[in-house]
Write a protein of this length. Structure first.
Lengths: 356, 370
């Protein structure tokens, strides 16, 4: 791991610093030393890891690359991995997952490449509005859509649209040998990293779907006759990956295939009521769209925290594990995984899981 | 009662209007509000560091004075504009785990978890209902003729002065519900667990203010300790003063337990209006009170961001005029004088209660608050 700032106290300085910080907690209780250190440098946080946006570069229509300097606790990543990034939009924290489009770099920066989607609160913000200097929250890199230690002789990459991003990190890291890459985008202009891709020592087949239609897997036999023997990495829209998985299965080559799916935040349709599961107790019940989750849970025998039962005291909040809820005061349907919701004024809008 | 003239339709209209006001602010919350709380937190932490740094030279009287004053201001901001309001969930909508009602712990001896129960739930739900809201006299003072007199209330002016000095300890013990302990109706196991938690919090707070920082200032141990004690006391007296002005001055009303039966949301709103009092002042004053100077707005909408209370105050006042309801407000000196008058007056028996007011609110079969 490279540590860009030598000033950074929590990093690598060993047990003495750690012991000093533990002692410093006696000075900062009930807060942490880093809550004060953040006044000097907001990146000095181990408890709430952050990064600073250094630059935003236009890549293609509606797509941009965001360069981020991670804090000193960043543990590095392997090309192909993803991070969760927490961005404040309109004062509200939103978390999204992005593949890193950079390999580990000497300057310590990481990059994500984002394509703005029409109702993407976060993607639109990152492509259009975010300014250098903005602090974002950053999880550790995860994922096993990566090249093995010993890179195979012959590789095949199948990508479409922004599915290029994790593969780009691998290509930029330097892939030797015999590499075939089939990439689909609407038009030549829409190819993210187009110029750079075309210069790489890789057999690149660009498919421009607006002119030539969608790429059919049957065409592979012609473009890359030995695809069954190649270790393959595929990333793109879900339907494409489903097709690829079926195709490889039929060819008995599934063990050579690795896929990465970009899962959009699942927004269940705002139905009326639904199955409610309280994950701590395992209690499950059917609730209608007018009954507070708290009442539904209690009626089903779950022991739940509660207070005012009118939405003012926040004694009853629980973490939403899945699904969406309706605020019974405003009628608004809201919620994503990880949000804390008030069970006394929220009803199920479709199936719901709550960590209570 | 000042509500005898209200009809059932009035209550319903008040409920609709206040709900709409809340929704309007909720829909408008955004960057401006987030920037506000981030700015207050940065200032507060900066002031705290500045105060503590000055006190590293606490043996010099000017440094002692400046350091103590700065630290007092920092502690007041931390407890009132930040801690109290964050723990109310006013900033939960930002979904920042560092500024969230479920994670915040404040800089005084009262554990956040217990305070949230006694304050957010008990006090804000049952505001000014005698026998339900333990904030009516905090279980040790008689602040209303509706509370039966007992000889133990005689020394209450003195008790209140001591309570002001050590207010954070009063707040810490509040959730133990002294009344229940006195009656023996508490759960001893629960009381012990709460006491252990309070003990842990006191150890950490004392460790910081009365041991670690004094030690850090070397030979100035005693003067730094004295400065930290003074800053805590200043914060305590200020918080006590502001909080007592919230529900005790002048014509602020208290209620009988029967009123809660079948109370609608509209009636709940009106009870909050009648049971709270504002303090007038400038922007800096409102900030230093944690915007509890807008006690009425805070009680109507405990979870709206505090920076919005000043904005909606004129509209709440207009609503009170429209429905001919009192909007209790006065200067700090008026409210303090009025509160202390009551503390002195009700130390003594009487006055005889006026005939119990018949339940003036229409009984509505089901609670509106779903």
């Amino acid at each position: 791991m490279t540590t860009p700032t030598s000033l950074a106290p929590p990093s690598g300085a060993g047990t003495r610093v750690r012991r000093m910080l533990a002692a410093a907690r006696w000075l900062t209780t009930p807060l942490l030393p880093e809550d004060y250190l953040a006044l000097v440098n907001p990146l000095w946080s181990a408890d709430d890891p952050r990064g600073r946006v250094e630059a935003v570069r236009h890549e293609a229509p509606g797509a941009a690359t965001v360069e981020i300097r991670p804090g000193p606790d960043w543990r590095g990543h392997r090309p192909g991995q993803w991070v969760k990034i927490g961005v404040d939009v309109g004062g509200v924290r939103h978390w999204r997952t992005f593949s890193l489009s950079s390999p580990p770099r000497r300057d310590g920066l990481i990059t994500i490449t984002v394509k703005a989607t029409p109702d993407g609160v976060v993607s639109r913000h990152l492509v259009r509005d975010v300014l250098p200097g903005t602090i974002v929250r950053l999880s550790a890199a995860e994922g096993d859509f990566t090249l093995p230690e010993r890179v195979p002789e012959r590789l095949l990459f199948l990508t479409a649209g922004s599915g290029i991003t994790p593969v780009m990190a691998m290509l930029r890291d330097g892939v030797d040998g015999d590499v075939v890459h089939v990439h689909s985008a609407r038009t030549p202009r829409d190819v993210i990293f187009g110029t750079e891709l075309r210069e790489l020592p890789v057999t690149l087949h660009e498919r421009h779907t607006a002119a030539s239609g969608r790429f059919k897997l049957a065409e592979l036999d012609e473009l890359c006759p030995d695809w069954r023997e190649r270790d393959t990495w595929a990333c793109g829209p879900s339907e494409m990956l489903d097709d690829i998985e079926a195709h490889w299965r039929d060819a008995g080559a599934s063990d050579r295939l690795r896929v990465e799916r970009f899962k959009p935040p699942v927004l269940a349709a705002g139905g009326e009521g639904g199955r409610v599961r309280f994950t701590a107790s395992g209690v499950e019940t059917d609730a209608d769209g007018a009954t507070p989750l708290l009442t539904a849970g209690e009626d089903a025998g779950a022991l739940l925290p509660s207070g005012c039962r009118m939405g003012i005291c926040y004694s009853c909040v629980g973490r939403l594990a899945s699904g969406r809820v309706r605020d019974l005061r405003t009628g608004e349907v809201h919620g994503e995984e990880g949000h804390l919701i008030q069970t006394c004024v929220s009803a199920a809008a479709g199936p719901v899981e709550i960590d209570l | 009662m000042s509500t005898d003239h209200l009809t059932r339709a009035d209550y319903e209209a008040i409920e609709r209007e206040l709900d709409a006001l809340r929704e309007e602010i909720v829909a408008d919350r955004g960057d401006r509000d987030a920037a506000y709380i981030h700015r207050v937190i940065r200032w507060q932490r900066g002031l705290e560091i500045g105060g503590r740094a000055l006190l590293m030279a606490s043996s010099l009287p000017p440094a002692w004075l400046a350091g103590t004053a700065t630290l007092s201001v920092a502690k007041i901001l931390e407890n009132m504009e930040i801690g109290h309001n964050v723990m109310h969930g006013q900033w939960d909508w930002m979904r920042d785990p560092k500024i969230h009602s479920t994670t915040w712990e404040w800089d005084n001896v009262s554990p956040a978890e217990q305070w949230k129960h006694s304050h957010n739930f008990v006090h804000h739900t049952y505001t000014n209902v005698i026998g339900k809201d333990n904030d009516v006299g905090y279980g040790i003072l008689r602040v209303s003729p509706e509370q039966p007199w007992h000889w133990a209330y005689l020394p209450q002016p003195l008790v209140n002065a001591v309570l002001a000095m050590f207010f954070e300890y009063g707040v810490a013990l509040h959730d133990l519900e002294i009344d229940k302990i006195r009656e023996g109706t508490n759960d001893p196991e629960e009381t012990r667990a709460k006491l252990r938690e309070i003990g842990r919090k006191i150890r950490r707070q004392w460790g910081k203010d009365y041991l670690a920082f004094p030690l850090l200032s070397g030979p100035q141990f005693v003067s730094t300790l004295a400065a930290n004690f003074t800053a805590n006391a200043v914060r305590n007296v200020w918080a006590h003063t502001i909080i007592f002005c919230g529900h005790f001055p002048g014509d602020v009303e208290v209620f009988e337990e029967e009123r809660l039966e079948g109370e609608t949301k509209g009636e709940w709103y009106v009870r909050q209006l009648l049971g709270s009092a504002n303090i007038s002042g400038g922007r800096l004053f409102h900030l230093m009170t944690g915007n509890l100077s807008h006690q009425i707005e805070h009680h109507l909408f405990p979870d709206l961001p505090s920076n919005r209370y000043a904005e909606i105050a004129p509209r709440v006042r207009a609503l009170c005029e429209k429905y001919d309801l009192p909007y209790h407000s006065g200067s700090l000196s008026q409210q303090v004088t009025s509160t202390w008058k009551k503390i002195f007056r009700y130390a003594l028996p009487g006055p005889r209660r006026s005939a119990p007011s018949p339940s003036s609110t229409p009984s509505v079969p089901e609670p509106a608050a779903a």
